[in-house]
Design a binder for this molecule. Sequence first.
Ligand code: MF3
Ligand code: CO
Ligand code: CO
Length: 266
Amino acid sequence: MLQKNKKSLQLSELERDAMRAAGRFNGQLMDYIRPFVKEGVTTLEIDRLVHDYTLAHKHRPATLNYMGYRHSCCTSVNDVICHGIPGKYALRYGDIVNVDITSVVDGWHGDQSETLFVGEVSREARAVVQCAFDCLHLAIGAIRPGCRVADIGETILSEATRRGFSVVREYVGHGLGRQFHQDPSIFHFPNHEGRQERLLPGTCFTIEPMINVGSRFTVLDVADGWTVRTRDGKLSAQFEHTILMTEYGPEVLTTTCHGPNPGHSF
Ligand code: MF3
Ligand code: CO
Ligand code: CO
């Protein structure tokens, strides 16, 4: 019998398969995009590639016209934490850029992001990207059916802190399914709500830690209403996967063929 959870929705086997298909497509799209992320390419060109690939496969970019957002992905460069708007900016040697892609496949969402290097990057950039990647995979390794959401935040906050980095609090992971953003909120730090909420089998959600080199504080760009930057101007990195909690443990739905696997050294 399906248990009732205060906030999250438990999916049936059929619905889980629909989410698996959405995650699989989104992962393929990430594999397609990765090689285009190079010095000299504008973030708008990346957006166009995401848009065209998605439509060519008869799917829909979830961010396009989402709450007034006009693009098919987010491209967050260097001190941009998340929700960077694709534009004229041409990627420069030494940049780090997070490409966050969400697609809708038959009404179901797949959401993931990777932080990519443009050429060789600084030691600091490499370290913060490694930290965000490891935090995501440590958190996936730490969860079990029925565990607390706070198990994720405890894992991420302690690892980031141990490496001398900070964890963004204002933006969090989320449940997803037919909706882009739904309960439960997936905090990347331990808090009261996360200690109450449990991840029951059949729950789909993202884990998407944003890790800062300097302080955890954020500034929202008031001019565009989307771009979130570090307050101190230092670097930030992020990785995201869509995950299904099954009766046997977490299943990553947005796996890729050519992206970094757990344990990867950047
Ligand atoms: N993909 C982001 C997430 O991980 C959300 C982007 S919403 C947008 O939740 F409107 F900014 F694109
Ligand atoms: Co997300
Ligand atoms: Co995302």
